[in-house]
Design a protein around this ligand. Structure first.
Ligand code: BGC
Ligand code: CA
Length: 354
């Protein structure tokens, strides 16, 4: 039998971050669970619960997942039924949806949890039903991840996203300071557009992007910092207020994700102010377009496709699908980590489709 090992965390090991021992684990299919085998074609039921469908990055993951599932169906002669539930940013709604997915008889649950501090109830439900649970993108707190051995988290390390984003700003500042330092005081005046409060990516990207700059000796002045809830519209509104207040004093806009960076760019479009340095995270299609146009200086690839691929590999391995000789590389028994990558005009071609 051929065994494939996919390494999702091949890149840089971060300074100052405890790197957990890598455990290479061949996941044994669970007994009493798994696809229906009576018929010729095995059918796998996958429950996919989203915090909301109204999120550019999350919908990219869903599209990738649907495409990869189709490829796997063809390659393995199986049927994969994906049932997608939109949590509409409400944890109570999502819990009800998870109940329904369990009743439907799903073999594996993939959950993008609304409130990442409320994972315990959901984990207990899955455990009671004996359905393996894969969280993704919204990371439960570490102690919840220890509640059961059939629990997984697939995502990218939040602090790594912040570090790479900080490096983008640093490089621009060091190489083009004359132009970027509008008031010539040697200090970088910036505003920070934060994601949803409490989200690991909002907290850690905000912290680490700035830490990289200050550790490199860049003098910083924060003019404003507020949440845009990951969204373009609210970020544009916030940026509009900052522009009224600070106008040309703003020398950089650091946004926790691309949608908010694009919102900031939209706000500049409503004024006569010249665009300062703007950076985001995700590398969504519209953000790559903005990098090409030169309005967005850079972004950090948040590997939607890698997340989708890893979730599906894990799902297939956990449900013991025929021919699935997959092994999935886990860190600390529960985690599959994807790497972030910096994107600027220089390497844009590597990330654009076609
Ligand atoms: C992405 C955001 C997204 C959020 C949703 C983050 O990792 O960068 O674009 O809105 O996840 O949970
Ligand atoms: Ca300055």
């Amino acid at each position: 039998m051929s065994r494939t090992t996919k390494n999702y965390s091949s890149q840089s090991h971060l300074k100052g971050v405890a790197v957990l021992l890598l455990a290479l684990l061949a996941i044994a299919p669970l007994s009493g669970c798994g696809p229906e085998k009576g018929a010729e074609t095995e059918t796998l039921r996958v429950g996919l619960a989203l915090y909301t469908q109204d999120d550019t990055f999350i919908s990219t993951i869903v599209q990738d997942l649907e495409r990869i599932a189709q490829e796997e169906e063809l390659a393995r002669d199986i049927k994969i039924n994906l049932s997608v539930a939109d949590g509409r940013s409400n944890q109570t709604t999502q819990l009800e949806q998870v109940d329904r997915l369990i009743t439907w008889g799903c073999d594996v649950l993939c959950v993008n949890i609304v409130d990442r501090t409320a994972a315990a109830v959901l984990i207990d439900k899955a455990e009671e039903a004996g359905v393996p649970l894969i969280f993704f993108n919204r990371q439960p707190v570490a102690e919840d991840m220890e509640r059961w051995d059939q629990l997984y988290y697939v995502g990218a390390r939040a602090e790594e996203g912040g570090i790479l984003q900080g490096q983008l700003v640093l490089k621009a500042w060091l190489s083009d300071r004359e132009r970027l330092d509008k008031n010539g005081d040697g200090i970088l005046q910036y505003v920070m557009l934060e994601g949803e409060p409490g989200h690991q990516d909002a907290l850690l990207r905000t912290e680490y992007s700035i830490q990289v700059l200050s550790e490199a000796g860049v003098e910083l002045e924060k003019l404003g910092s507020d949440t845009g809830n990951w969204k373009r519209g609210p970020a544009a509104t916030k940026m509009g207020q900052w522009l009224e207040e600070f106008g040309d004093q703003i020398e950089a806009v650091i946004a926790n994700n691309d949608d908010m960076a694009l919102g900031a760019i939209d706000a500049y479009g409503q004024t006569d102010w010249e665009l300062p340095l703007v950076v985001g995270v995700d590398a969504t299609a519209p953000a790559l377009q903005a990098v090409a146009e030169g309005t967005l200086y850079g972004t950090v690839l948040n590997d939607a496709e890698g997340i989708a691929r890893a979730m599906l590999d894990l799902t297939l391995a956990l449900s013991g699908v025929k021919d699935s000789g997959d092994t999935v590389e886990l860190t600390g028994d529960h985690y599959v980590w994807l790497s972030y990558q910096k994107v600027t005009k220089e390497n844009l071609a590597d990330f654009q489709m076609e």
